[in-house]
Design a protein around this ligand. Structure first.
Ligand code: NAP
Length: 532
């Protein structure tokens, strides 16, 4: 069973033992004491190992291997040797120090050497994947003293994780294979899926001892460590950057609620199509990973469409018209399907607030504020259902171009009777629409005093405009200035949270074939955004 380790940088006996007690409380199975800074006080280290509340790994990482121990090599190895003969479950020695270590052990009485802790022979590269990675594995595999092989290198892309999984799959000894840095997180979370001896975490997200590590509670709660096994399906959010995405919190909580054996990870991929193609292709082709789908965000929404078309996958009809997709579904037979749950989420949130079916959008007047990707998706769907849309945009040319392309290129006008036209943003006060939708970032945190509609059209808030609907796609803050003023004017309001939750629910249902636990999604979003 793969162990969950908490790594602690030791400064004093009290601090180390207190942190180890916390690690135990938070669900760690084993603790790694990083004695780098106290190699000159072996008595303290000995006390820590003897009194440790959890089985432990004794490590004193040399500065030349990325650690903080500046002691000379003889002192460092003597220190490690002393700890190895105590209650420590494992002692970690660098591959490059193996000969020195063996010399230290040769001087010991046979009994002492025999009773020594299990030797983790380790190799780290904080810059890149070492060119001789496989030779290092071979040397460790053939070293009799080595009980556990540990490899850690900085991932250059998400693809490096696959090599870590392959090494684990072909191991002849217990192994730890981890990729460092933001690209390496999958190797940490999925260590259990691929049968590693352990994965390292920090006491919390801030107290980590290597780049890319997460806190033990994040591993337990967010990534559902206890539920991961060899069959766990893998999903993720693909974007650049993805660090602040709420999607991992939402989907992992959802999987937990419906007991879907799956985990959802951040998947950072640099903007260029070649990166997208190489990474997603490699993840799909590595069958033991069980990569089953992804949410796809900026800047990859068009890359996803192109990729799935090139692989002969299926594209939802309206998504093809929108020319941007946000959801990848990998079916059990390996075939691919893409769709855009943003447009469906937006118009369904709108229809629910208006108390109508999608068909009821026909002939409704809509003022769309903004002409970017989100606006494009929503306007395409609105026009498809026959709404009359005016796109108000700061760069009016862009509004005209979008209107023309929707009307002409996609045949929206002729197909369905929808009418789309462009207008400058400063003409918004003249709008006569029943529905206003903000698809710009104006009013988004931290600029919460801004609004895309400082001057309201006269009919909104009057008796003739009582049924006006105002929809702000921004979800942070939950109630923007635009929505607050709309509410004060008596309008029906729709928040970006509603859209965000619905687009996630659409993805979840495609992946799990189960109704999405929308209450869980909403609670997660509100907790993250600090709303009621
Ligand atoms: P985008 O492609 O970058 O488009 C941004 C649009 O906003 C453009 O039309 C741009 O006008 C306009 N704009 C930006 N800053 C402006 C300013 N200071 N003054 C006037 N106009 C400004 O972005 P997007 O992907 O469409 O996303 C837009 C917003 O939609 C996001 O900020 C997000 O809040 C929201 N959204 C919400 C969800 C959800 O699930 N709730 C999903 C997707 C998006 P120009 O053409 O003149 O540059």
């Amino acid at each position: 069973m793969t162990m969950l380790a908490v790594s602690i940088m030791v400064d004093s006996v009290e601090q180390a033992l207190a942190q180890a007690a916390l690690a135990a409380e938070r669900g760690a199975d084993i603790v790694e004491y990083r004695f780098d800074r106290i190699a000159d006080t072996p008595d303290d280290a000995e006390q820590i190992v003897r009194r440790s509340p959890l089985p432990c790994i004794a490590t004193c990482r040399a500065a030349w291997e990325g650690g903080a121990c500046e002691a000379d090599e003889a002192t460092r190895l003597a220190f490690q040797s002393r700890l190895a003969r105590l209650a420590a479950a494992y002692v970690d020695i660098e591959l490059a120090a193996l000969d020195g270590w063996l010399a230290t052990q040769a001087d010991l009485p046979t009994d002492d050497a025999h009773e020594a802790a299990g030797l983790i022979l380790s190799s780290h590269d904080f810059q890149t994947r070492p060119a001789d990675l496989l030779q290092r594995v071979e040397r460790m595999a053939h070293a009799d003293a080595c009980r556990v092989i540990k490899l850690a290198w900085r991932a250059r892309s998400l693809r490096d994780n696959l090599e870590a999984f392959e090494l684990l799959a072909h191991r002849h000894k217990p192994m730890i294979a981890l990729c460092m840095g933001e690209f390496g997180q999958p190797s940490r979370v999925l260590a259990k899926k691929f049968g590693a001896l352990l994965t390292f975490t920090g006491l919390d997200d801030a107290a980590v001892t290597a780049p890319g590590q997460v806190g033990v509670e994040t591993m337990k709660r967010l990534y559902r460590w206890d539920a991961i096994n060899a069959d766990t399906r893998v999903y993720g959010v693909i974007g650049w950057p993805v660090g602040h995405s709420m999607s991992p919190a939402i989907h992992n909580a959802g999987f937990d609620r419906v007991a879907h054996n799956a985990v959802y990870l951040p998947m950072p991929i640099p903007p260029e199509y070649e990166h997208f193609k190489a990474t997603v292709g490699a993840w799909l082709d590595f069958a033991p990973l069980h990569f089953r789908g992804a949410s796809v965000t900026i800047p990859h929404k068009q890359n996803l469409l192109r990729f799935v078309r090139e692989r002969g996958g299926e594209v939802d009809e309206l998504t093809a018209k929108i020319d941007a997709a946000n959801t990848l579904v990998v079916r059990d037979d390996g075939s691919l399907y893409v769709t855009n749950t943003d447009y469906a989420a937006a118009i369904d949130a709108l229809c629910a607030a208006m108390g109508i079916e999608r068909e009821g959008l026909a002939d409704r007047g809509v003022a769309m504020i903004g002409a970017g990707g989100a606006a494009m998706a929503i306007v395409t769907a609105l026009a498809h259902y026959g709404a009359r849309v005016t796109i108000y945009n700061r760069s009016v040319d862009k509004a005209h171009r979008l209107a023309e392309s929707l009307t002409a290129t996609h045949g929206v006008h002729t197909d369905t009777g929808g009418v789309v036209r462009g207008a400058p943003l400063d003409r918004l006060p003249d709008a006569t629409a029943d529905v206003f939708i903000n698809c710009t970032p104006i009013g988004m945190h931290p600029n919460v005093d801004d609004t895309p509609m400082p001057d309201w059209p006269a009919h909104v808030g009057s008796a003739s405009g009582a049924d006006t609907v105002v929809f702000d796609t921004i979800y942070n803050p939950i109630e923007t200035r635009l929505l607050r003023e709309a509410r004060e004017r008596g309008c029906v309001t729709v928040s970006g949270v509603d859209m965000f939750v619905r687009q996630a629910a659409g993805q979840f249902e495609l992946w799990t074939a189960q109704p999405a636990p929308v209450d869980v999604f909403e609670a997660v979003v509100r907790e993250k955004l600090g709303g009621d």
